[in-house]
Design a binder for this molecule. Structure first.
Ligand code: ADP
Length: 192
């Protein structure tokens, strides 16, 4: 290894340390900040989606919202908006021109929440288990021009876990992906 290699490696290590410090701050924040839950009517999430509509249009992706009933989430509204934003942005990034991303508000036995559905490239089965690991990026994401550092889904999972909720992924290569978020209602007794 030359001196130049060593310097470059040290710079990379320092950059990685800086990123880790800011990420661990981000990941810790929801745990400490979720003290005052508010009621968030899921149709209010239309705000979030409205803000992403121009991003979607720029990428040639159609963004739709389908509300089933009007479930109400009792949650840290700011953090839940962050979850929805990250999932919709991923749907836009990893589906691409001519594709569609749909947000469906849902509630079931696990709680209230939403599904973010895209008809993009999907995720290889071997990668699904790693999606929520910090810094993980799929092989095709790495090969693509889409930027990212593999932290969005780790943050999403941190926030959902902090609410005592669940996030699941169902994906078929070539057909698309569904990310489902459910947050239990306070009387279900599963909140940490
Ligand atoms: P980033 O987008 O910065 O790579 P994320 O943590 O948000 O990081 O996502 C991790 C990986 O999961 C992505 O690199 C990509 O491989 C995969 N991924 C996430 N969302 C989707 C999606 N909707 N469709 C296909 N792959 C996805």
């Amino acid at each position: 290894m030359t001196t130049q290699d060593v310097t470059a490696t040290q710079q990379l290590i320092r950059a990685r340390e800086r990123i880790l410090a800011s990420v661990s701050h981000e990941l810790r924040t929801p745990l400490t900040s979720i003290m005052g839950y508010t009621e968030l009517a899921l149709d209010e999430l239309d705000d979030v989606v409205a803000q992403l509509r121009s991003t979607a249009a720029d990428q040639g992706v159609e963004l739709a919202v389908e509300a089933t009933g009007e479930p109400v989430l009792t949650a840290d509204a700011h953090r839940i908006r962050q979850v929805l934003t990250n999932l919709v942005v991923n749907g836009i990034k990893y589906s691409g021109r001519g594709h569609q991303v749909t947000v469906r508000t849902q509630s079931d036995a696990l709680g209230a929440g939403f599904d973010v559905v895209d008809d993009g490239a999907g995720i290889p089965a071997a990668e699904v288990d790693q999606l929520f690991t910090a810094f993980f990026r799929g092989a095709s994401a790495q090969a693509s021009s889409q930027r990212g550092v593999g932290l969005g889904l780790a943050l999403v999972k941190g926030i959902v876990d902090a609410h005592g909720g669940v996030i699941t992924v169902s994906s078929t290569e070539g057909l698309g992906s569904v990310f489902s978020v459910r947050i239990p209602s306070p009387d279900e007794g599963t909140r940490p």
